[in-house]
Design a protein. Structure first.
Length: 124
């Protein structure tokens, strides 16, 4: 099987992400990689937009912190797809208006920690 480009499939093209999923549990990691890889490989919505959709779902579900949550990996996926800090902030503000301020506030808190840990090259 040939290597899959991360810009074509943000899941199947990201070996670090796959290893992180397997570290949670090998069976679960393989399952999530196959299922998520299938939908991330669909052609009509670009990978960067899919990362924004995934982050929006994380906000609606309140999944910003804790073991095994997808928020941090989704942030890293967005950055790998070219998303900037400012674009992600705008997404979170948009989600605050549509999903609720109490849903978006924890996302900003989690984002602050990621910034402090160097997740963005365009933000110091």
């Amino acid at each position: 099987m040939s290597e899959i480009d991360i810009k074509t499939n943000a899941v199947l093209g990201d070996k670090d992400l796959q290893e992180g999923l397997k570290a949670i549990h090998p069976l679960w990691g393989d399952f999530v990689t196959r299922i998520a890889g299938e939908v991330w490989g669909m052609p009509l919505i670009d990978q960067k937009t899919k990362t924004f959709l995934a982050l929006a779902v994380d906000i609606v579900n309140g999944d910003q912190s804790g073991p095994g949550t997808a928020f941090t990996p989704h942030i890293h996926m967005a950055v790998k797809q070219g998303a900037t800090y400012d674009e992600i902030v705008e997404l979170f503000v948009f989600m605050g208006a549509y999903a609720g301020l109490a849903k978006a506030t924890p996302a900003f808190g989690a984002l602050k920690i990621l910034v402090e840990n160097g997740a963005f090259s365009d933000k110091s």
